[in-house]
Design a protein around this ligand. Structure first.
Ligand code: NAD
Length: 439
């Protein structure tokens, strides 16, 4: 099977289309947004993502795009759906965009004589693939899932800023399958795409749906645990959160990842997947107190951090914020802790100047002219009384006292991710960070 369509060419869909084309598949992308279709058609990246342009260039001869979903499906043998599933007021994920794709996909399948594989990649609530999406496809196509066409639920575990790498070298591929044939066809696609042979976890739909949100719920639990530890270290003379997490991370039952003790988690997936996990428990008539505590610790920690940062800005002083995206290597600011902290400072009457290598347009659209927008790290910190490093972008490690007002004399540097060597800053002004004993 070498002809694949990708429905939804956004932050995840555009990289997937480019990677598939670069690895030799003939790919037809489809999106309702004509600007994204035009960009892919012209070989330009419709979203900001490292290495996306390189893969678009490599796959150019085999990649086309259209606004007609039905045509994209008709011209291919397998279809990935990566459209939004926004959070609802109750914490669950809306299926409206996914169900909308069932119409054109079902019509195209109805007109086909051969087998077609449909792959749902958007994150959905457990139960939705089998109870809502499969029946919609069968109704429109008039064909039977598992017989005339196959269906897989195959969510992604990528991190924005690292999407291409994570697609090429995933830890594992999670596949919920309508039947063995559907899973075999999808596994064969990944075996052609991945640089490193991944583990395949194949199961029914509902297990895959619950496994998907379980991963993010578990990972955020670790982040909140480490943040809670950092908060305790803030009050304990001689304590150092890095020393503690470094030690416990050596235990193979624990491991080192996502145990930093730095800033609350944010972004388009972590906060909402965790809320959805708790919501599912409630729907099932049970509880998920660990997921709820993870979420509460995350919010409380952000307030705590905000108070500590505020305390280091002198009255009527000026703060420089370095980093606005929810993580490095992306311009996405959805649920960004940095924007929440900027709002806390502004509400307290602090004059804020901010800089981020990629997230300036999104941040400016959200905060407007309440903030002064700097064109570089150096411009951002030059006049500040306090410099707050909020996101661990690599370029922020180049910060030196020489870039600061008066060579750093009297300037407070609050280094949330402990990226800098403290000594040069301590020699001139103050160096503060989470998790390293009382200030
Ligand atoms: N962004 C992430 O980090 C991430 C990680 C894991 C999972 N996911 C999941 O992947 C899904 C997509 O996320 P994203 O970040 O790529 O979203 P996105 O908003 O960046 O892109 C979605 C695209 O789908 C298009 N679209 C909407 N309705 C359509 C339709 N009927 N037909 C064709 N195109 C349509 C939109 O125009 C948009 O370009 C969501 O379910 C999300 O939860 C996202």
């Amino acid at each position: 099977m070498s002809r694949v369509s990708v429905i939804g060419l956004g932050k995840l869909g555009a990289p997937l289309a480019a990677v598939l084309a670069a690895r030799g598949f003939t790919v037809v992308g489809a999106d309702v947004n004509p600007a994204y279709v035009e960009a892919i058609g012209a070989g330009r990246a419709p979203v900001v993502e490292p290495r996306l342009q390189e893969f678009l260039d490599a796959g150019k001869a085999r990649l086309s795009a259209t606004t007609e979903v039905e045509r994209a499906v008709a011209e291919t043998d397998a279809t990935f759906i990566i459209v939004p599933t926004p959070s609802q007021a109750d914490g669950g994920f809306a299926l409206d965009y996914v169900l909308k794709t069932a119409e054109p996909i079902g019509r195209a399948i109805a007109a086909k004589t051969g087998y077609h594989l449909v792959v749902l990649t958007s994150t959905v609530m457990p139960g939705d693939t089998d109870s809502r999406f499969r029946p919609a496809l069968e109704r429109v196509s008039g064909k039977r899932c598992g017989v005339d066409f196959g269906l897989c639920y195959n969510p992604e575990f990528i991190a924005l800023g690292n999407v291409i790498h994570d697609m090429l070298r995933p830890d594992f591929i999670l596949i919920g399958e309508s039947d063995r044939r559907a899973g075999d066809v999808l596994q064969a696609i990944y075996e052609r795409v991945c640089e490193k042979a991944p583990a395949f976890a194949r199961m029914n739909f509902v297990n895959a749906e619950l496994a998907k949100i379980s991963v993010n719920s578990f990972v955020t639990m670790r982040i909140s645990f480490a943040n809670q530890l950092a908060r305790m270290c803030d009050r304990l003379p001689g304590a150092d959160v890095d020393v503690i997490t470094g030690a416990i991370g050596l235990d193979s039952r624990i491991g080192k990842k996502y145990l930093k003790g730095a800033v609350s988690f944010g972004g388009p997936c972590f906060p909402r997947d965790n809320v959805a996990f708790a919501r599912l428990a409630a729907r099932l008539g049970t509880e998920a107190p660990m997921a709820q505590a993870t979420d509460r610790v995350n919010r409380d920690y952000l307030d705590h951090l905000g108070q500590r940062i505020l305390a280091c800005v002198p009255k009527a002083g000026r703060a420089a914020l370095l980093g606005l995206a929810y993580k490095p290597d992306t311009g996405v600011t959805e649920e960004s802790p940095s924007l929440a902290l900027a709002t806390t400072l502004l509400a307290a009457g602090v004059a804020v100047e901010a800089y981020d290598p990629l997230a300036m347009p999104e941040s400016r659209a959200k905060l407007g002219e309440t903030v002064a927008w700097a064109s570089s790290m150096a411009a951002c910190v030059a006049k500040a009384d306090a410099v707050i490093l909020l996101v661990p972008w690599a370029e922020f490690r180049q910060l030196t006292p020489a870039l600061l007002k008066n060579g750093g004399a009297g300037v407070a540097v609050f280094d949330c991710w402990r990226q800098l060597a403290p000594a040069p800053f301590q020699a001139q002004g103050r160096y503060l960070c989470p998790g390293l004993g009382p200030d």
